[in-house]
Design a protein around this ligand. Structure first.
Ligand code: ADP
Length: 297
């Protein structure tokens, strides 16, 4: 332990001399530490500037990538649409009757082309949403027109597979703030999944209801569900569950990723409850007043 000395032990002059020397030493040490700290702060600031720059570069690369995907998808869509209509014309027999073999080739061609059109359309929509170019238009409006356009298509698809579709609607037609085009896309994807991943004989049910200041849309099916270990990845880009790959070979893995982005843009939420082999329930919650200011209108 350091010995403490007082002015009585040393005499006042010597004590003052020693104290000044100790003070000088402390001052030198302090200024050394301050310099070290300044150097460290400067290095930290430089590192922060580097990180900000790297982050900006990454954002720019991401923007360029989204733009590239958008341009590529856009360029592919026109020729694909042409091919689709050619197959459709042959399929509808507008160019004359087809024999058995020709019919098979035309049907396969039409099916594959429709998938390619769907993939390209999904890529285009995702790139638009990611690039902030989707052009959301939030308006206070009735929800019924969305369902009117959707239900006949879903029912037709479901009936072809022997799946029954039922729904529960509130007495008063729901009316709230949303962007019609993107919400139609979301529901199209969620209903499409419900029918696609449900085996013949199954059921799809949807309910529109209210919860406080929000509108609730719940879509349930009795389909294949998602394995528990894969559930947490369901909203990530290009995710396809292992059982879905075996059950239904076609899918882009973009539908739910896009749905999540659209719903978040509405300041809402989308969640999934599922059990492999039993079914899936998708719950969408949308605030009646539309997106909060932070999301921007
Ligand atoms: P996909 O085009 O593959 O259907 P989505 O993004 O819409 O892409 O869905 C991602 C994956 O989540 C699907 O490939 C499937 O594994 C799983 N999935 C989504 N909805 C359902 C559902 N209703 N039932 C079972 N699995 C589902």
């Amino acid at each position: 332990m350091r010995e403490r000395r007082s002015s009585q032990d040393l005499g006042p002059e010597r004590y003052a001399l020693l104290s000044r020397a100790a003070l000088n030493q402390s001052e030198t040490e302090l200024s050394k530490r301050t310099e070290e700290l300044e150097r460290l702060t400067e290095r930290l600031l430089a590192r922060e500037r580097e990180l900000v720059k790297a982050n900006e570069e990454l954002k720019e690369l991401d923007r360029i990538k989204s733009e590239f995907v958008a341009v590529a998808a856009h360029q592919l869509r026109t020729p694909l649409t042409g091919i689709r209509w050619s197959f459709q014309a042959l399929h509808d027999l507008s160019m004359g009757p087809l024999d058995h073999e020709q019919r098979k080739v035309v049907d396969d061609g039409l099916r594959v082309t429709l998938r390619a059109v769907q993939l390209v359309t999904n890529l285009l929509n995702v790139a638009r949403i990611e690039g902030g170019r989707f052009g959301f238009s939030f308006r206070h409006q009735l929800f019924v027109p969305i369902l009117d356009a959707l239900i006949p298509r879903v029912k037709e698809q479901a009936e072809k597979k022997g799946i029954s579709v039922s729904w529960t609607m509130p007495h008063t037609p729901p009316e709230f703030v949303f962007d019609a085009d993107s919400i139609a896309l979301v529901l199209d994807n969620v209903f499409d999944n419900a029918v696609k991943y449900t085996p013949p004989g199954g059921k799809v049910h949807f309910t529109i209801g209210e919860q406080g200041d929000s509108v609730l849309i719940v879509i349930t099916d009795t389909g294949i569900g998602i394995p528990r270990t894969e559930e947490q990845s369901v909203f990530t880009k290009f995710f396809r569950a292992s059982n879905a790959l075996l059950f239904q070979t076609f899918g882009t893995g973009l539908g739910l990723y896009m749905a999540k982005n659209v719903i978040l843009r509405h300041s809402g939420s989308i969640s999934i409850e599922t059990k492999e082999g039993s079914g899936t329930k998708v719950t969408i919650k949308l605030p009646r007043e539309g997106p909060s200011r932070r999301e921007g209108v």
